[in-house]
Design a protein around this ligand. Structure first.
Ligand code: GDP
Length: 405
């Protein structure tokens, strides 16, 4: 697994904006949730029945972390509790993210909890993109919501898509980078018809593209110069600058209707394309003998192992410790130190959680998120190869530094 193709992401939202629906759709498109036809053969209620099946097995898609594949990227979808309070649990789950999708309702816009989760993400400097959901609803207005992102959250927000049709007639989106239309059809919206920009919205799309490039040019002199000399900006440069902008705190805006299966696949493309990989983040631990000394961790499988237990889940098979590996590699059967207890523990089983199955793995390395079975840990524990390496949790408010490109 190439680290630059790994995405550790969370989905944050105000309640009812469609976080659950979006998560289900993501797992569906990534092939992790099977249609009911596969399960029972009567053809309706696709995901729900699978959910029931999952409950029986003690696994749900709201598992602490679910791994999925989207095109050539490996995505770990981490459950970010939508607590209003700034709890330790919220802090830990945010810490293990390299990026997030902020889901907003196209009608409700920026609501109270969006402000809370935004504050939490800012505190942890979690780069994010926004997804304006429920574009099929009466009164849907992605431009108003984008404006609210600017005004209420102070975000550098700019749409990277333009809607095709509105409300009941919302059909898809125009990708403003490629200037192509994406329409969704098929019962699950799985068939994408890629085409030209519809003529009736060609002017609006051209204008929206200019605004998007203007917003992006703040992050790139090269792009600024091309725009000033009225030259075409090459697509790879737009992709790169958008990535840099996201790392620097900007919020590109995407849109769709998770419920109607529209826009989810381009959102996954955006996750791959624009959200950071573990290589883009700088993480520090503390020296166990002197808390004031910071130790930079390298997302390198060859370095000595450092990981953090961020969530403990009891399930019928025993205790699962979800762990983010920041540095080095863990191996099945290997022995690692719990920095809180000082005890060495054997990692006899390491599993990767998928929505519909768990996969035992022999090893896992820097940048990855896995669950270790049967170890005696508490949420927030640091595990290392050696006792004198570092601790991660001792500071309540850690200091992940984002590289400003
Ligand atoms: P959560 O609280 O953020 O997890 O939201 P849910 O996914 O549970 O969705 C809340 C409600 O909004 C449910 O009734 C969904 O069916 C509905 N919903 C989700 N996505 C959409 C959408 O794209 N369009 C419409 N019209 N309703 C949606």
């Amino acid at each position: 697994m190439k680290l630059e193709k790994v995405r550790n992401i969370g989905i944050s939202a105000h309640i009812d904006s469609g976080k659950t629906t979006l998560s289900e759709r993501i797992l569906f498109y990534a092939g992790r949730i099977h249609k009911i036809e596969d399960v029972r053969g009567d053809g309706d209620g696709a995901t729900m029945d699978h959910m029931e099946l999952e409950k029986e097995r003690g696994i749900t898609i709201t598992s602490a972390a679910t791994s999925l594949q989207w095109k050539d990227h490996h995505i770990n979808l981490i459950d970010t509790p939508g607590h209003v309070d700034f709890t330790v649990e919220v802090e830990r789950s945010l810490r293990v993210l390299d990026g997030a999708v902020l889901v907003l309702c196209s009608v409700g816009g920026v609501q109270s909890q969006s402000i809370t989760v935004d504050r939490q993400m800012k505190r942890y400097q979690v780069p994010r993109i926004a997804f304006i959901n429920k574009m099929d609803r009466t009164g849907a207005n992605p431009f108003r919501v984008t404006q609210q992102l600017r005004e209420k959250l102070g975000a550098e927000a700019f749409p990277m898509q333009y809607p095709i049709g509105a409300e009941d007639h919302f059909e898809g989106v125009v990708d403003l980078v490629e200037m192509k239309s994406y329409r969704f059809s098929g019962t699950e919206g799985q068939d994408i018809i890629v085409g030209e920009v519809p003529e009736n919205i060609a002017d609006e799309c051209a204008e929206a593209r200019v605004q998007m490039l203007d917003a992006l040019s703040m992050y790139s002199d090269e792009m600024m110069e091309l725009l000033l000399s009225e030259e075409e900006v090459p697509l790879p440069l737009i992709y790169k600058v958008t990535r840099d902008a996201v790392l620097a705190g900007a919020t590109p805006v995407f849109m769709g209707s998770a419920f109607k299966n529209k826009g989810v696949q381009p959102l996954l493309d955006a996750v791959n394309r624009y959200l950071p990989s573990p290589l883009d983040r700088e993480i520090h631990g503390n020296d166990p003998s002197d808390e004031t000394v910071k130790i930079a961790l390298k997302p390198d499988p060859k370095e000595k192992f450092v990981g953090m237990a961020f969530k403990i889940v009891d399930d019928p098979f025993g205790q699962l410790t979800f762990m983010r590996i920041y540095q080095g590699t863990i191996e099945k059967g290997g022995t690692y130190v719990n920095q809180r207890t000082g005890r060495s523990e054997r990692f006899s089983r390491i599993v990767r959680m998928h929505s519909n199955k768990r996969e035992e793995v022999d090893k896992a390395s820097a940048g990855d998120i896995v669950a270790v079975m049967g170890i005696d840990s508490a949420s927030g524990d640091t595990y290392c190869l050696d006792r004198d390496q570092c601790t991660l949790e001792s500071m309540f408010v850690p200091d992940p530094v984002i590289k400003i490109a």
